[in-house]
Structures are given as C-alpha cells and as structure tokens.
Design a protein around this ligand. Structure first.
Ligand SMILES: C[S@@+](CC[C@H](N)C(=O)[O-])C[C@H]1O[C@@H](n2cnc3c(N)ncnc32)[C@H](O)[C@@H]1O
Length: 245
C-alpha cells in the first residue's frame, strides 16, 4: 500500500532521535503500558518498528506490528533481518485488520489521529476491540485534540504543528525538521476529545482515561526546565488508556 510515509520513511526515523521523543513521548508511553513481561502484543501503526522492537526487548513474549505504509514495513523488516527478534510485520490498514488472534495488549502510537471523521475512527476502534482479549488493555498516544499552541512554539524540539482549524476533520500539519534544516510533513486530523471518548465507548471500551505527557528524571537533568517549559505546557501529544472487560 502506498501512503505519504513511503516517501519520508527515513526522515521520519531521524525525527525519532530528538530528545523529546525519549524523555517525554517514550517515557510517558511506557509508563502507561506498564509491565510487558510475557504479553502478547499488537503494535498498530508500528511504522519502522521503533516501539515494536522495544516491546519485545522489554519482555513481551510475542509482538505483531501492523502499518499501512509498505515503505515503513520494509524498514521494519530490514531491521528484523539485520537483528532478528522474532517479530511479525503485516502491511494493512488497522481499520481493516482481521487476524485470527486476540492480544493481551494493543498499543498504537499515532494511529487514531489518522481518522478524519467519526466513522473512520469507529472502524479503527472496532478492529482494535475485536483483536483484544477480554481483560486486555488498549494504550495509545495521539495528537492532543486540546492543543492550542502557536505553529512555531514547538520549534525548540525541531517540529511545528499547525491546526487548519479546530473543526471536526480539520487538518493538523506537522513538520519534522532534519539536521540540515530541511523538513518532512505529515498530516493528521482533528477530532474532539469528546468524539474519541464517545467512539471508544461505543466500540465497547471501558475505563477510558486521558493522560498528560510527563518528563523523565533523566530529561530533567539533561536539559534546563526552560527548555521543556513549552512542550509540557502546550502538550501537543496526549495518552489514552482503556480496557476491554
Ligand atoms: C507518526 S507514524 C508513527 C510510527 C510509530 N508508531 C512510531 O511511533 O514511531 C504514523 C504511522 O501510522 C501509519 N498509519 C496511518 N494510517 C494508518 C492506518 N489506517 N492503519 C495502519 N497504519 C496507519 C503510517 O503509515 C505511519 O507509519
């Protein structure tokens, strides 16, 4: 499947090296995910397998990664061939996924923000619910619908975020800057927090909680509090946890 990520797969990889990814994004995500030991994990919108590999290395017994972009899956498979971790990758739209298996834990970093309306969000959430075992958790990090920062305020972290508007389905354009100051863009879609909550509930999820992004102790020590002030205040990304009973 061809997506806008095929053309930028390598540049997107470089953007994962920025300090905020490690000290805020990954720190918050892994805190929400909790113990991975012995878990059967499905990683949706896995991209190049950045988190897929870490789930396995942190103790998951089995991890399957799914992504719409053939280019991203090719990078994930390349890494798997270079250093095998027994990971399985599938190129598919998460909303159309149908594998004959249920997982203890489903994770998704930046999937739901590709739904441009309530109907496409519902298709994603129904597919997630179907692939989760009863008692399982769905943990995701996502574009924060409540972000109201200015376009350039996130530049210290080498990216910008522009909301076309705050109407349902409006485009959110991210630019990720490279070391040579060129950038790649990706487009997400704005849906209100209430829409996400309503749709997750209607797919059957319970115990739906929203989580602010937090800074690791290491991040606090490595950079000044001034450096982190804007991203912690404006919160471009948000976490959501939920369960299937
Ligand atoms: C911002 S990247 C995140 C990749 C990875 N989760 C990470 O954090 O490094 C978003 C990914 O979502 C994928 N994607 C977008 N829409 C999708 C869909 N409907 N089903 C599966 N993957 C999708 C894109 O191809 C891209 O690889």
């Amino acid at each position: 499947m061809a997506t806008d990520y095929d053309a930028i797969a390598q540049e997107y990889q470089a953007s994962k090296l920025m300090p905020w990814r490690k000290h805020i994004e990954a720190y918050t995500y892994f805190n929400l995910i909790g113990d991975l030991n012995g878990k059967d994990v499905l990683d949706l919108a896995c991209g190049d397998g950045f988190y897929t590999r870490q789930f396995k290395l942190r103790g998951a017994s089995n991890v399957v990664g799914v992504d719409l972009s053939a280019g991203m899956i090719a990078l994930a498979e390349e890494a798997e061939n270079a250093k095998p971790l027994s990971l399985t990758y599938i190129c598919s739209d998460a909303a159309e996924l149908s594998i004959d298996k249920q997982f203890d834990l489903i994770c998704a970093s930046y999937l739901l923000n590709y739904a441009h309306d309530e109907q496409s969000l519902k298709a994603m959430c129904d597919a997630i619910f179907k692939h989760l075992k009863p008692g399982g958790k769905f943990i995701t990090i996502n574009s924060n619908p409540d972000y109201r920062g200015t376009v350039d305020s996130l530049m210290p972290y080498r990216f910008t975020r522009e909301n076309e508007s705050y109407k349902e389905g409006a485009e959110i354009i991210y630019r990720f800057y490279q070391p040579d100051d060129s950038f790649v863009s990706v487009t997400n879609y704005h849906l209100e927090r209430a829409t996400y909550t309503r749709v997750l509930e209607s797919s059957g999820f319970t115990d739906i909680k929203w989580h602010v992004m937090e800074l690791s102790k290491e991040g606090e020590e490595e950079f000044t509090s001034d450096f982190w002030k804007v991203i912690l205040n404006d919160q471009p990304v948000v976490g959501i946890s939920s369960r299937k009973i």
